[in-house]
Design a protein around this ligand. Structure first.
Ligand code: CP
Length: 307
């Protein structure tokens, strides 16, 4: 299967998800053997207008492991000609004449869609403000499948900054592709899950509930998906940030009530919403989750650039 633009989680159906996960498992083996040359002669551009560790570096590592080349601007607001007033559309047209695929992180929701409309090459949305982060959702679902062994029938608690988290938004969209999913939203009042996602889940017959007792929910679910309260999304409204931060923390008390085979996930970076003491518990899956990002991104680049 050949992929083109990757803009939003809803664009995938269950068959394409299965195909991506199959290729990702092949990529895992290739990465462990030291890589391959299947993308020799191909160039990837990474254009990042917001900070990143995992997404940019795992895409770049994925390209290098498959024998491709990369060009990159890691602080595009300051170091690209955006600083001189160039539009996103013009930047994309130009970079698309240098590269075979563009990986774009931007601070505005909808930016990747705008880029795809003018790009001569496939665009991958690496996070567009509070909008979506579809490749994160793919690696999240891949991680759940690997760790729990199934996707149908799972229950998941999404915790933290649900209003601003593009990762939980994309993950919620993808979960609608599976059967008998139960979603529990646990968020401080000021950052509760937005209505558009709740309406989408209702439309797709996915059970969800809004809860306030993290301990109670943690004892019931297969997956706890914790998120950071994103200070950078609050603007001047730091009173709301103070109300939200530190309200829900995963610590030893939560570990005590969790099911034996449940897992804790987090898109990372973490600040203090998961205590360090949790890291050594085998149910802490967030570092394995980040590593899966490499295999998913190798798979996506292969499927975009050579089919
Ligand atoms: N999960 C994620 O998007 O991390 P980065 O911001 O470090 O890319």
């Amino acid at each position: 299967m050949k992929l083109n633009h990757i803009i939003k989680a809803q664009q995938f159906d269950r068959k394409s998800l299965d195909d991506i996960f199959l290729v990702a498992s092949q990529m895992e083996k290739i990465a462990l053997k030291g890589g391959s040359n299947i993308l020799h002669g191909k160039t990837m551009a990474t254009i990042f207008y917001e900070p990143s560790t995992r997404t940019r570096l795992s895409f770049e590592a994925a390209m290098l492991k498959l024998g491709g080349e990369l060009i990159s601007t890691e602080n595009a607001r300051e170091f690209s000609s955006t600083a001189k007033g160039e539009s996103l559309e013009d930047t994309i047209r130009i970079v698309g004449s240098y590269a075979d695929v563009i990986v774009l992180r931007h601070f505005e929701s909808g930016a990747a869609e705008r880029a795809a409309k003018v790009s001569p090459v496939p665009v991958i949305n690496a996070g567009d403000g509070p909008g979506q982060h579809p490749t994160q959702a793919l690696l999240d679902i891949y991680t759940i499948k690997k760790e729990i062994g199934k996707l149908d029938g799972i229950s998941i608690a999404m915790v933290g900054d649900l209003a601003n988290s593009r990762t939980v938004r994309s993950l919620a969209y993808l979960l609608t592709k599976y059967n008998n999913i139960k979603v529990y939203f646990v968020a401080p009042d000021v950052v509760r899950m937005r209505g558009d996602i709740k309406n989408y889940l209702t439309k797709h017959n996915v059970f969800f509930a809004e809860e306030t007792d993290l301990k109670k929910v943690s004892s019931q679910v297969d997956v706890i998906y914790q998120t950071r309260i994103q200070k950078e999304r609050f603007g001047e409204n730091l009173d709301d940030f103070e109300k939200a931060k530190d309200k829900y923390i995963i610590d030893k008390d939560i570990l005590k009530v969790m099911k034996k085979n449940a897992i804790i996930m987090h898109p990372l970076p973490r600040v203090n919403e998961i205590s360090i003491e949790v890291d050594s518990d085998p149910r802490a899956a967030y570092f394995r989750q980040a590593q899966n990002g490499l295999y998913i991104r190798m798979a996506l680049l292969k499927m975009i650039l050579v089919g």
